[in-house]
Design a protein around this ligand. Structure first.
Ligand code: SF4
Length: 457
């Protein structure tokens, strides 16, 4: 059995993350953060389902200011769960949010660095150092506000939003993703601020697991032991979303890594909580199963026999047990057995696990974000329409993203992208290139299908 990695802990409101504390479960609201009623109601649903932290998007200072009202309403109704503000691109918003929320997430890829252009830029050593000084100049006043208000910080790196600066020096590599995080961490440590949680997320499970492991090693080398938040971004929805999350998050949890988790699904946020709870509860059993599966490998095949009270638990257990072995390519085939489920169900689950580990693609791959206050169209309905029309296109990767701010970067290596571009407007992408800008929402799904069909002809 693996033992839990020893991390320091961060105070986040009345709870602590890391150290000997239980692994915390969290989700993110999809409401408009300026809509206090809807935001409070949704936060309550997440908390009632067992969520221990609730995150909100704060695009600007107006949303950050409204966190004060959301927090006050929740507390008045007896909900003291810590609230987290999610900040991208506007460092000043973080300064405001830190006054009203128990935690603020900042993204090193866009805290000071501008949005990614995907162009290769060159930085001399002096220019690179100057950029780091700019970050420090913004970050130190923010840290002081956090100290004053006892607000924790999540340094949340996303594979899809690495800055051009980091890309110029390290390329799209695990080392670059980790360095993006370490640059910020070193400043926090210099400032003697310790209520910090780290996350490195990617929609590609192999990248996510490899990079988090590298981060742990790098932090250990510098004698840093900050708690870790785990998640697979843009995991999608339904069975595939659950399997992809369980495979990536489970690979690390069964190694003793992880202090808080979010299972990102393109569904109502409260649906994420029972899945996350199961992953945490299954850690001891799946750690044991993983050890057994490891010893079973023969002829490039993992053989695993298991049972579970229901099909969803079976899927999660299998994903957690074999996740690391598939990601590390210890074997590239899988033979599942059970006394409860049919051969065809077991075989299709094997296929889904191999696809989630990016070994073999037997279906269309959907990379869809969970949505948040930046999403201005009906994400779930759109995903269903796109899926219905494209599920026969084996191996094709389609990104369905809520917003233009983070969507294009985050949809990773999708072949096509459907991205919200403002109220009632959608932009379509082919790879990283925008091919149709701001088209009306009611024409967009048909246009996407037309684009795919024309290319296939
Ligand atoms: S990509 Fe989706 S989840 Fe991410 S910020 Fe945009 S709308 Fe929100």
């Amino acid at each position: 059995m693996s033992t839990r990695r020893i991390s320091s802990f961060a105070h986040v409101g009345h709870i602590a993350i890391g150290g000997d504390n239980p692994i915390r479960i969290q989700s993110m609201a999809t409401t408009d953060t300026n809509d206090t009623e809807a935001s409070v109601a949704q936060a309550k649903r997440i908390i009632d389902a067992g969520g221990e932290l609730v995150r909100f998007t704060t695009q600007g200072t107006r949303e950050a200011e409204n966190m004060k009202n959301i927090s006050a309403r929740l507390k008045a109704d007896g909900y003291n769960t810590p609230l987290v503000a999610d900040v991208h691109f506007t460092a000043n918003t973080a300064d405001v949010a830190a006054q009203y929320c128990e935690k603020v997430r900042i993204n090193p890829g866009n805290y000071v660095d501008p949005g990614r252009t995907f162009k290769h830029l060159e930085y001399t050593d002096e220019e690179y150092a100057e950029e780091l000084q700019k970050i420090e100049k913004k970050l130190v006043p923010f840290i002081n506000i956090c100290k004053e208000h006892h607000t924790a910080v999540r340094i949340g790196v996303n594979h899809g939003s690495l800055s051009d600066r980091i890309m110029s020096r390290y390329g799209d590599t695990p080392e670059g993703i980790v360095e993006s995080c370490m640059e910020f961490l070193r400043i926090f440590r210099r400032e003697n601020f310790n209520d910090v949680v780290i996350s490195i997320k990617a929609s590609n499970t192999v990248v996510m697991v490899t990079t988090v492991r590298l981060l742990v090693k790098t932090m250990d080398k510098e004698d840093m032991h900050y708690p870790l938040h785990l998640g697979v971004t843009e995991a999608g929805e339904g069975e595939d979303g659950r399997i992809k999350s369980a495979l990536g998050i489970g690979a690390l949890l069964t190694e003793g890594i992880g202090d808080t988790i979010r299972v990102s699904l393109s569904e109502e946020p409260e649906c994420e909580i029972p899945v996350a709870r199961k992953l945490v509860d299954l850690i001891p059993e799946c750690t044991q199963l993983r050890a057994e599966a490891e010893t079973s490998i023969k002829d490039d095949t993992i053989t695993l026999t298991l049972d579970a009270p229901d099909w969803e638990t079976f899927q999660l257990k299998a994903a957690m047990a074999v996740g690391a072995l598939l990601i590390d390519r210890k074997a590239t085939k899988l033979q599942l057995s059970s006394s409860q489920f049919s051969r065809s169900d077991l075989d299709s689950l094997s296929d889904a696990l191999l696809q989630a580990a990016r070994i073999k693609f037997t279906k269309t791959e959907y990379i869809s974000c969970p949505g948040c206050g930046r999403t201005l169209y009906n994400l779930q309905e759109t995903i269903a329409r796109i899926k219905a029309a494209t599920s026969h296109l084996v191996g094709l990767k389609i990104g369905i993203m809520g917003c233009i701010v983070n969507g294009p970067g985050e949809m990773a290596d999708a072949d096509y992208g459907y991205v919200g571009a403002g109220r009632g407007k959608i932009s379509l992408y082919k790879g990283k290139v925008c091919v149709e800008k701001n088209i009306p929402e009611d024409e967009a799904v048909d246009k996407l299908l037309e684009l795919i069909n024309n290319d296939r002809k």
